[in-house]
Ligand binder design. Structure first.
Ligand code: ADP
Ligand code: ADP
Ligand code: ZN
Length: 230
């Protein structure tokens, strides 16, 4: 169960839509120089490239439903097998169901690997809605901004890459409500799953971005004191 220091580092982020997974994993990815793998970004890339997988995924994403496990697991495990993941990966938005978590665990175990740490960003429902309704995302690199809480330096442009910012269609109020229901029903049970593995760290995600990040670093074993097991 305990991953060795010379093993690839797999960190996994749980948390509802809007909890701050994308924001935190982007910061952590550049600090650790380990790629951030976002299942949502991978789907949006497939949709942009008009692949068969993208066409199928879009049917579910537009309704705020989860894409079927078989499609999702295949896509993410292929991505984890690419060369840049040799030193590990930071997973954002995957797994989102118990079968996905089991498939990930089995897939890593087959390579003699395991997830080191699971970080669950805990944020109240009303704050999630407020965050998603003001979210602007970069079309090129997937970075997240918020009109009030995390505005870009130049309106409409990404600080990181200069790309164009847009509002996601699935961040519209009706779809957000449904996505949150789906989260509580299908994804929240993963908290118990990983608590049982002894690797779950629950973090108060309602603090400012920098304050959350400090706790994230500790939970990931990179900070001053690494004791925040929930
Ligand atoms: P958010 O950042 O708001 O949590 P994502 O970008 O992670 O949203 O996901 C957008 C959509 O992509 C989800 O609503 C869902 O339809 C689909 N999706 C992303 N990850 C998964 C997953 N692990 N399993 C099934 N569907 C997923
Ligand atoms: P997720 O990937 O979990 O769906 P994001 O990282 O995209 O969440 O964040 C959702 C929205 O909330 C974005 O507009 C982002 O700028 C904003 N946000 C992220 N973290 C915080 C925070 N700690 N405080 C306030 N707003 C935040
Ligand atoms: Zn960008």
């Amino acid at each position: 169960m305990v991953a060795h220091a010379d093993q690839p580092l797999y960190l996994l982020f749980l948390g509802a839509p809007g909890a701050g997974k994308g924001t935190q994993t982007a910061m952590l990815s550049s600090a650790l120089d380990i790629p951030r793998i976002s299942s949502g970004d991978l789907f949006r890339e497939h949709i942009r490239n008009q692949t068969d997988l993208g066409r199928e995924a879009k049917l579910y994403i537009d309704k705020g439903e989860l894409v079927p496990d078989a499609v999702t697991v295949g896509m993410v495990m292929r991505r984890l097998g690419e060369a840049d993941c040799a030193r590990g990966a930071i997973l954002d938005g995957f797994p989102r169901t118990i079968p996905q978590a089991e498939a990930l665990e089995a897939g890593l175990a087959a390579r003699g690997q395991a997830i080191r740490t699971v970080i669950d960003l805990v944020v109240d429902h009303d704050i999630l809605v407020e965050r998603l309704s003001g979210r602007w995302m970069c079309r090129s690199c997937g970075a997240s901004y918020h009109l009030a809480f995390h505005p870009p330096a130049v309106a409409g442009r990404c600080d990181v890459c200069g790309g164009e910012l847009y509002q996601r269609e699935d961040d519209s109020p009706a779809t957000v409500t449904h996505r949150l229901e789906v989260y509580y029903r299908q994804t929240a049970p993963l908290q118990e799953f990983y608590r049982g593995r002894g690797i779950l760290h629950q973090i108060d995600g309602e603090q400012p971005i920098e304050a959350v990040y400090e706790v994230v670093l500790n939970a990931a074993g990179m900070g001053e004191d690494a004791d925040s097991t929930g």
